[in-house]
Design a protein around this ligand. Structure first.
Ligand code: BG6
Length: 479
């Protein structure tokens, strides 16, 4: 197979504001939901505290100090040849409490400096509007996205940043991995996706789907508004795409797969087609869920279809119709292990073929371009005792990425899928979202910081840095 990707292909890396910026109270930034999440580990879940409490370590407060070191980091991204860089805007830098009418100029100025620096170095910024954080005040005073008022606050934030950066940013993404919250057994997702803290005994699914509706309306209205501000904007959704396989060819497993996939497709169906699919209504009816919609909501969904589908892809999952519990921890009943795949230290199935399958599935369903906004391999890296050009020999990361990029190339070159770009998650080591560890590393660039916040923060290249540099230089030909 000829491996050459289209010249316009956006190779790059991805991060999120709260996982790397640090400087959590600097320049009048308000407290964000990510600031009240303690450090955890693969064994100990992160805790959501009631504000910032004494005696806990909050890894996102300091991140990797990108707020002060972004120039140095962008130099390294440039050395790798990045064509684009995906990050998010921290809402609470722009509206510290979220419900003000006037934005915080110092916060806006930071992103001006950041986007200018990226442009100067030949990188296209790809900007997520809400990546697992909202101003904490919106949680305390309004209950997060359980409250319809959040739509207006979000739109005010969008209008502010769309207008301010209209000549600097072309690619936008709405809510990061909006579908994570369907896993209602893990309340952390309700908090990070929607700023919702479940109350004792409440019907979580009812609350979740109502919040999802508000976010879908907010997203659609943002798309429409963005196109009015700059018709060249490309605004996409962002989904955690975990394709589900049937455990066997038993037709009952196949139907279990179809039903489980509904919880993913419901989002992309609305985003791409502008209306709720029939199975959404029957599913809500079956579960006794009553979604409050206001006049104009359905119109808004219709008028605000996304330009492209953004996804993260890390793993696939399997469903067995005969199993009722979530055995493999994938957030749905019937999830079981895949005997054909190996797993990372955090139990994530390694499945490059699943990425090609997903790209085909999504493209055939919607015929919209796809942006692979995240893919990567979290691992415990070991520093070399005698470092040379690089400090970590991360062949495992190279192997993972190589196979996934091959899968992307097959989708593009053999299956005809329109893939706009590919940004490797955590291109520089950042705070892990699920565990709050720094030792769950994804980067091409090693950051000297540990899980307790010790370390010089010095940056150094890993072996994968040079490998990815060559992938980009050869436009995906040499893997
Ligand atoms: C995605 C998120 O879920 O996966 C990122 O968009 C996150 O924010 C990434 O960091 C990897 O997950 P983790 O938990 O290994 O950091």
């Amino acid at each position: 197979m000829k491996h050459k990707m289209p010249e316009s292909f956006l190779w790059g890396g991805a991060v999120a504001a709260h996982q790397l910026e640090g400087a959590y109270r600097e320049d009048s930034r308000g407290l964000s939901t990510s600031d009240v999440m303690t450090a955890g580990s693969s064994k100990v879940p992160r805790k959501i505290t009631d504000g910032v409490e004494e005696g806990y370590y909050y890894p996102n407060h300091g991140g990797i100090d990108f707020y002060h070191r972004y120039k140095e980091d962008i130099d390294l991204f440039k050395e790798m040849g990045f064509k684009c860089f995906r990050t998010s805007i921290s809402w609470s830098r722009i509206f510290p409490d979220g419900d003000e009418t006037e934005p915080n100029e110092a916060g806006l100025a930071f992103y001006d400096r950041l986007f200018d620096e990226l442009k100067k170095n030949g990188m296209e910024p790809v900007v997520t509007l809400s990546h697992f954080e909202i101003p904490y005040h919106l949680v305390k005073a309004y209950g997060g996205f359980r409250n319809r008022k959040l739509i207006d606050f979000f739109l005010r934030f969008c209008e502010t940043v769309f207008t301010r950066y209209k000549d600097k940013v072309k690619y936008w993404m709405l809510f990061n991995e909006i579908n994570n919250q369907t896993d209602v057994a893990r309340p952390i997702y309700a908090f990070t996706n929607s700023g919702i803290l479940y109350e004792e005994g409440e019907n979580r699914e009812q609350t979740m789907w109502q919040a999802v509706h508000y976010e879908l309306v907010a997203g659609a209205r943002a798309v429409k508004m963005g196109h009015e501000i700059n018709p060249n904007f490309q605004i996409g959704c962002m989904m955690a795409w975990v394709p589900i396989y049937p455990a066997t060819c038993n037709p009952q497993d196949m139907m279990a797969q179809t039903e489980t996939m509904h919880e993913r497709f419901i989002f992309t169906d609305v985003y791409a087609r502008g209306h709720y699919p029939a199975y959404a209504r029957t599913m809500w009816e079956k579960k006794g869920i009553d979604i409050q919609m206001e006049p104009g909501d359905e119109e808004a969904l219709k008028e605000g279809c996304v330009d492209y589908i953004g996804i993260s892809y890390y793993m696939s999952a399997v469903v067995d119709h005969d199993v009722s519990e979530d055995r493999n921890g994938r957030g749905f009943p019937g999830s079981v292990e895949n005997p054909y795949l190996s797993y990372s230290d955090w139990g994530w199935a390694i499945d490059p073929e699943g990425l090609r399958y997903s790209l085909c599935q999504l493209y055939e369903r919607y015929e919209k371009p796809i942006f692979i906004a995240e893919n990567g391999f979290g691992a415990y890296d070991k520093l070399l005792e005698e470092p040379g050009d690089y400090v970590v020999e991360d062949d495992y990361r190279i192997a993972y990425l190589r196979e996934h990029i091959k899968a992307v190339e097959k989708a593009v070159l053999l299956d005809g899928v329109n893939v706009m770009g590919y940004t490797v998650w955590g291109c520089i080591d950042v705070v892990s979202f699920t565990t709050g560890e720094l030792s769950k590393r994804y980067g091409f660039i090693y950051v000297d910081r540990d899980d307790e916040g010790n370390g010089s923060l010095e940056r150094s290249q890993k072996k994968s840095f040079y490998w990815y540099r060559n992938v980009i230089a050869t436009n995906g030909e040499e893997l």
